[in-house]
Design a protein around this ligand. Structure first.
Ligand code: SF4
Ligand code: SF4
Length: 386
């Protein structure tokens, strides 16, 4: 039975968060637990979620107050702490500075890790991929602690602890994975393999202010007053999705794959929730990204066809669009799926849906939230979405 601590924390006051985290560690086993999690003088890597260069305090990224509270606790066990991420776009150092994490890191002597320095690794018994290039700082750390945000995700429905580790894939290689794996099931297998390569010891999920709707970047902030902590990343994610409305956690592709492959604890009966009760912390009316069943075939071309027939389409909200062309820049598909057209005097993107793999990188990284998702009538008719 995996244990997670479910905590209520109502704002981003660093002292209050630190107090809550200490309560969480106490529930999980106190000082003995922390000593075994962080052996004296071990190399600890903190893995926040930057996504791109975004203003500090934004609900898109790991909050600097959560980061500071974690650093205060970890520093009692080791001085050898680094932090890093490889965002979906933009310069990592700038992302770290803008997020406010760099300032906290400088104050506490936490080193900035360059995730562009990569290492080639071979994985024993993969679900899908044996050979990997991952950030050396994450791979070589003794202890990796992931610090995800609780958000919706257009492709994966939800993003939390397991998905946050996708940032351990350096730079543009993330786009290559999207191109290779356009469907949520195979993408989930890849994420789980990645999490077998970069072994993460602990997750602290920031859901104090989460994101609903058009996430993971352009959704609506939703106050949930929630922190979830635990050693099992799938148990933390499973607990999170129960809070936002997935009564059946297997409706989330990543969790279904994790369960079916025996990768980690997913079902409620496999997870002991300590601290607050799930019923008391549920976020009623949380706007999910979508609730589609997974359509998955053996061959990539059939998956692409299935995606084009059933997955939602990215569409532009022309009023919001600032014609920056970032969507085209981040699209991993070749030839490019997006062209630009003039609509009422404004240049806006137009999609070739036949070639679009529905990875939603464009939606994720549009700087002004001008890309939304539109469900297909066919999916509704077939009962693929509710
Ligand atoms: S949709 Fe977004 S990313 Fe694309 S051109 Fe418009 S503002 Fe830029
Ligand atoms: S257009 Fe958007 S959703 Fe389609 S393949 Fe490109 S980035 Fe992915």
């Amino acid at each position: 039975m995996e244990k997670v601590a479910l905590l209520k924390c109502t704002d981003y006051d660093v002292d209050a968060i630190e107090k809550k985290l200490r309560e969480g560690f106490e529930l999980l086993g106190g000082t003995a637990f922390l000593r075994s999690l962080i052996p004296a003088n071990s190399r600890v890597l903190l893995k926040p979620n930057f996504l791109t260069v975004i203003e500090k305090g934004s609900p898109v990224i790991t909050h600097y107050a959560v980061f500071e509270a974690v650093v205060r606790i970890v520093k009692e066990y080791t001085d050898n702490i680094a932090f890093g991420d490889s965002p979906g776009s933009g310069d990592t150092r700038k992302a770290a500075e803008k997020s406010g994490l760099m300032e906290v890191a400088d104050r506490y002597g936490v080193k900035f890790a360059d995730f562009n320095d990569e290492v080639h690794v071979e994985l024993d018994k993969p679900l899908m991929y044996k050979f990997w290039n991952v950030a050396r700082a994450a791979y070589e750390a003794d202890v990796v602690i992931t610090l995800p945000k609780l958000k919706t995700h257009a492709m994966m429905y939800y993003t939390g602890a397991v998905k946050n580790q996708f940032g351990c894939v350096p730079g543009s290689k993330k786009g290559e994975w999207h191109t290779k794996l356009p469907d949520a099931v195979n993408f989930s297998k890849m994420l789980l393999d990645l999490n077998s390569v970069v072994k993460t010891s602990f997750a602290i999920l920031d859901g104090i202010v989460a994101m609903e709707g058009n996430g993971p970047r352009n959704g609506t902030p939703r106050k949930m007053d929630t922190i979830i902590m635990g050693k099992s990343l799938t148990a933390v994610d499973s607990t999170a999705v129960r809070l936002i409305g997935y009564d059946n956690v297997m409706a989330v592709p990543l969790l279904e794959v994790a369960h079916d492959t025996g990768w980690g604890a997913v079902l409620p009966e496999e997870i002991e929730v300590l601290g607050e009760k799930i019923e008391d912390m549920r976020c009623e009316g949380f706007k999910l990204s979508r609730s589609a069943k997974v359509v998955n075939f053996i061959t990539p071309s059939l998956n692409k066809l299935a995606a084009s027939l059933t997955a939602p389409d990215p569409v532009v909200n022309a009023e919001k669009c600032i014609s920056c062309r970032k969507c085209n820049e981040v699209c991993p598909e070749r030839p490019k799926v997006i062209s630009f057209v003039n609509r009422n005097g404004k240049v806006v993107p137009k999609w070739n849906y036949r070639n679009c793999i529905r990875c939603f990188c464009c939606q994720e990284l549009c700087p002004v939230g001008a890309i939304e998702t539109r469900d297909k009538k066919l999916s509704r008719m077939l009962g693929i979405i509710k």
